[in-house]
Design a protein around this ligand. Sequence first.
Ligand code: DX5
Ligand code: ZN
Length: 229
Amino acid sequence: MTFDRRVKIAPSILSADFADFGREIEAIEAQGADWVHVDVMDGHFVPNLTFGPQMCRAIRPHVRTVMDVHLMIAPVDPYIDAFAEAGADVISAHLEAGPHIHRTLQAIRGAGCKAGLAINPGTGLDGVEYLLDMIDLVCVMTVNPGFGGQKFIESQVAKVKALRAMIGDRPIHIEIDGGMTPETAPLMAAAGADVFVAGSAVFRGGSVAKPEVYGENIRAIRTAAEAAL
Ligand code: DX5
Ligand code: ZN
């Protein structure tokens, strides 16, 4: 993975057909996805359950871009090696998932992955400052984690602006997750984000039989975000 701040669209397979992940991933990548976002939920840190490292391992051969694994689980540390071995390129853990996020981030890089720090809408940037030298990405949640299809929380725009200033020249991606559409993505692009996770807005109306709809949806978000730069 090389670093750049160009707009990247990361469809979340949370909105894909769960019976057909391999072909869904191939379809979104063929239609212009830059990264593939994988939402791991444990029914404890968030009120929903999805999948674990075995599923990540199974889909890995279908991912040609970047496998971006968002862990919404607590505890995190016992599972880091399993997700790294499953082929994750980026592993994001939540600041709120436990008392020792510093150790967690060390373990993610130690396992050979890029380290992402995810923060909930109610979390400020205080806890991010002393972690900047050990992260490759900050994932700013613009919904409360757990479900796709929720409404974008507008108050997070100011947070992203402040985060962008805090990051300065460091090679750290700002990823936005939740409620991304062609209407909301430009607000975050202007604020300094470069990775745009989108579930429902990418998969809506399409299927593996109608992949061109994924392409239209991805292009609509990308074009809107780039126009705000
Ligand atoms: C929410 C997940 C998101 C979700 C986004 O907990 O982390 O990645 O899939 O879905 P949309 O784009 O539908 O808000
Ligand atoms: Zn996510």
